[in-house]
Design a protein around this ligand. Sequence first.
Ligand code: ZN
Length: 434
Amino acid sequence: FSHMIIEKLMAVDGDSRDWDGRWNHVKKFLERPGPFTHPDFEPSIESLGFLLETCKILVIGAGGLGCELLQNLALSGFRHIHVVDMDTIDISNLNRQFLFRFGLPFSPLLLCPLIFYFMMDSNLKFHIIVCGLDSIIARRWMNGMLISLLSYEDGVLDPSSIIPLIDGGTEGFKGNARVILPDMTACIDCTLELYPPQIHFPMCTIASMPRLPEHCVEYVRMLQWPKDEPFGDGFGLDGDNPEHIQWVFQRAQVRAADYSITGVTYRLTQGEENHTNPKVKCNVFHILCCFVAACSTEVFKMASSTYIPLNNYLVFNIVDGLYTYTFEAERKENCSACSQVPQDLQFPPSAKLQEVLEYLTENASLQMKSPAITATLEGKNKTLYLQTIASIEERTRPNLCKTLKELVLSDGQELAVADVTTPQTVLFKLKLTF
Ligand SMILES: [Zn+2]
């Protein structure tokens, strides 16, 4: 490990020349066979050139996992590494995220348009994507993007259109690493039930009849923030930014006072995910390194074809002792992302649109965030509900309390649902139950 650090520092000091024997450690894997090599592996002195000169890798997330991934990949010989991150730098992360100490020009970026740009520019076609994210939404978005890039000829998948996704995630003392080959192995959405579902409150309650302190916080986060845009145009709420949290906290207190609700605290405003203390973060770093090692190894295996890739899900857990296990996650037959099976929505005509919205956000295999629902009625596209744009939200909010019958939605009606969890609109077919 210390050898790695020395190498890293040498590269950082500007001495990035390929000194004699620089890649000897990598060559040992590429230029000779072994008892565990891939059955189709052919040792070659040309493989190193592919790693160094050709192979393009996109690393998503430059946080804890991402930063370590970058150095591991760089030391494995990869040179064309692109990094995307959508966060600003958190001062408490500087100790473990070496990248930021060198003052790289990181700025808040919008993940989705940027990746879209990368994908559309053929010169930037990536060979492998590595995700080191703590956001399930961004992961699912990326997963959907890779599925949308697949091409078929007469219904047969063109293997050259597959871009492997290596995904690493840690939470506390648990983590997982997985290898996803779109349309071949289970995708992120196939196993969505494994992620803890999020708690949602009905929009009607948040907007007009709050009872709990949480309702007040959600009101400010979901309705007041997009309307007031306190930090400028299009500046989304960042849960890691203390100034943002403070703004939400103060407004939520005002709202709570209006409705005589008590219990709005800073900690509540911060939400569950953000009270990690520095000590825990340090221990978590150990498990993080294990995952980075697992992910980088998979990237190396995939890029060099030297070994059989992980099949396909590795769990690692140091909550109580040490536990690790690898299994093959199965594809879900009616996965909303990768199955191409039309999704059904079953409701009685007396159900309100609010219930449909709750189903989309709360159902364990959908877990959408802020779905926008449109329907084609009498040849016209009609937005039934859209939450992310304040003016449209206000205009379409009354629909939430209307029944499907009142909205003139009949059996077999197609509903197009757009959401941040997927780059493509998901089509649902309404099945009215009587
Ligand atoms: Zn799937």
